[in-house]
Design a protein around this ligand. Structure first.
Ligand SMILES: Cc1cc2nc3c(=O)[nH]c(=O)nc-3n(C[C@H](O)[C@H](O)[C@H](O)COP(=O)(O)OP(=O)(O)OC[C@H]3O[C@@H](n4cnc5c(N)ncnc54)[C@H](O)[C@@H]3O)c2cc1C
Length: 153
């Protein structure tokens, strides 16, 4: 699924947004750096069908939502950067780390479901312990844990 961020400014020092904020269950967020730059992002929940895919480019629909968000926040600085990336979602929302049952010799580390910052270090730690010491992969990380529709096996 595609996920989009915008970086606005710098230079709109007249706008003060306060601390970073999330709204609509985290699908919509913004933050301001000390130099006045503002980042807004998210909004894919408003165009869910359009945002499923593997093309790593911002779409017009989400750009329009994020431009509107900027206006609503009272920011008038020009857009400096627009970017999008692809996020891999697992069927149960937990990461996948370990051997792929269907492909001997292949190890998987991913499926962070949009939370790479929080999940990646724990998933990597589990996989490294398995490789170095033979520690069993925790069930919650094992790619074989939950076969079913959309599962990676
Ligand atoms: C716009 C955006 C904002 C985000 N913000 C946050 C956030 O604030 N907090 C958070 O926790 N998570 C955030 N995420 C999610 C986070 O970025 C991902 O969960 C995490 O980066 C996934 O890590 P990964 O290593 O699985 O994949 P990636 O980081 O996508 O790395 C995959 C790598 O594989 C390379 N690659 C792809 N195909 C091939 C190939 N055929 N051969 C060789 N190399 C290949 C790619 O170039 C890339 O370097 C955000 C994602 C996006 C798109």
């Amino acid at each position: 699924m595609r996920h989009t961020d915008h970086g606005y400014g710098p230079g709109d020092r007249g706008t003060t947004l306060g601390p970073p904020a999330y709204a609509e269950w985290g699908y919509r967020y913004w933050r301001q750096l000390s130099d006045g730059c503002v980042l807004v992002g998210g909004m894919r929940h408003r165009a869910r069908a359009e945002e499923v895919g593997t093309v790593c480019l911002p779409t017009a629909t989400i750009q329009t939502f994020l431009d509107g968000e900027l206006r609503d926040l009272g920011v008038s600085a020009p857009v400096g950067h627009r970017w999008a990336g692809i996020m891999g979602f697992s069927p149960d929302g937990l990461p996948l780390a370990g051997p792929l049952p269907s492909s001997p010799g292949v190890l998987l580390l991913g499926g962070y479901t949009g939370h790479g910052m929080g999940f990646a270090v724990h998933a990597a730690r589990g996989l490294v312990a398995h490789l170095v010491d033979g520690t069993p992969i925790p069930r919650w990380l094992d790619p074989a844990r939950a076969p079913g529709p959309g599962a990676v096996v």
